[in-house]
Design a protein around this ligand. Sequence first.
Ligand SMILES: NC(=O)c1ccc[n+]([C@@H]2O[C@H](COP(=O)([O-])OP(=O)(O)OC[C@H]3O[C@@H](n4cnc5c(N)ncnc54)[C@H](O)[C@@H]3O)[C@@H](O)[C@H]2O)c1
Length: 415
Amino acid sequence: MRTIKFGIFGLRRGSTFYRNVMMNNGEIVAVCDRDTSKLEDAKKQVGEGLATYTDFDAFINHPGLEAIYLCNNFNQHAPFAIKALEKGIHVMSECASNSTMAEGVALVRAVEKSKAIYTIAENFQYMIFNREMKRVVEGGTLGKILYAEGEYNHPIDFYSAKELRALSPYANHWRNFLPRAYYITHSLAPLMFATGASPVRVTAMPVYDPAPADSVGGIVRGPDRAAIITCLNDDDSVFKVTGCAAFGAHSNSYRFCGERGQIENVRGDLNRLILRYNAWDKPEGKEEFNEYAADWNDADEEMIKQTGHDGADFFPVRAFFTAIRENRPPVFDVYFATKMTSTALLAHRSLLERGVPYDVPDFRREEDRVKYENDNLTPFVAPDDPNYIERWSHPKFFTPEEASEYERIIAQVKK
Ligand SMILES: NC(=O)c1ccc[n+]([C@@H]2O[C@H](COP(=O)([O-])OP(=O)(O)OC[C@H]3O[C@@H](n4cnc5c(N)ncnc54)[C@H](O)[C@@H]3O)[C@@H](O)[C@H]2O)c1
């Protein structure tokens, strides 16, 4: 298995991948982050010979660099991906692939022009229980999947300055401007991967509940707790997904309902699966009610268990490196990535209009590209920018004084 000369851009989540890359026979030759303390830490973990950069253009000019992992700000992946692809460097990008519709079109065009491979680094479809649900769905005993749910639910303690510092280390951090619908991949990818269905029309509703005014989160966090997104798919099935939700108790929950049965994982006990059939449709060897835990069923199980997100982080790297080594298209290609992101961006528009439906484009089609190639609407610019779109169902802004107050509070935690 040949070594791949690899670089990582963005060293918060990116720094959790060193071991994962090495286990997949990648050699980390360069890293890039404008925070120089993270570069020093990278050298300690990877080796003193590691090349470090604060500037992306210098980073992708590193001699011999073959492939990179984009793990920078959520809303800034596409322009960096395009630069790397133009240099023939393979790209594995964190979610989301693009933060405007126009960027999605530009990204697809750049991938088609480049000899390099592009993949999205989505990992939740590889969680042990999601792999098992895919296996059962593909086994066919549930019949055609008619309806599926994906819930990525990550509430935080709005009074915990420590937790807020870890996720949003400064007031103008992207997480403080992120519409709930935009973070869709963790809830949607497992459904698309298991069923092969793809959204064609989307509608969404907000769940509005601002953080308490006296909490740290109350200063900077957006006031929506979730986006409840419904997708009609190209095979007539329907998905319901949450984007990144923050209600009830923490959970990643998925459910697939077919013509003859259903499978879901138990909320709060992720790897307990419940597989149920109707009495008249029960396959041989199964009960009407089956409760069990999944196995990895993978030759790399020992390595998988050593990586983040309970092993799910191993798979995107393995799949990316296999695609590079065998020079074949990745499963999670740019069309899959931009389909998820278009669903997210248009779900957000639907939510702002209280449920008005949108057709989801397929950027394989030129007419869909033309429709969106100049659509630069984004919530990540200032409200007086002509491309600004509202961030949440009800406007919320913080003043420079409030931003300073937030940073003063979280700075105290560091000491
Ligand atoms: N798949 C998952 O399970 C998962 C989990 C966490 C985060 N993510 C994704 O990973 C990405 C990064 O998330 P994070 O939590 O690490 O974000 P973060 O904001 O904490 O970290 C981003 C890092 O990139 C660096 N950076 C940003 N722009 C830069 C630039 N122009 N030049 C140099 N350095 C730059 C920052 O200094 C920072 O260290 C996001 O897209 C996020 O959605 C995915």
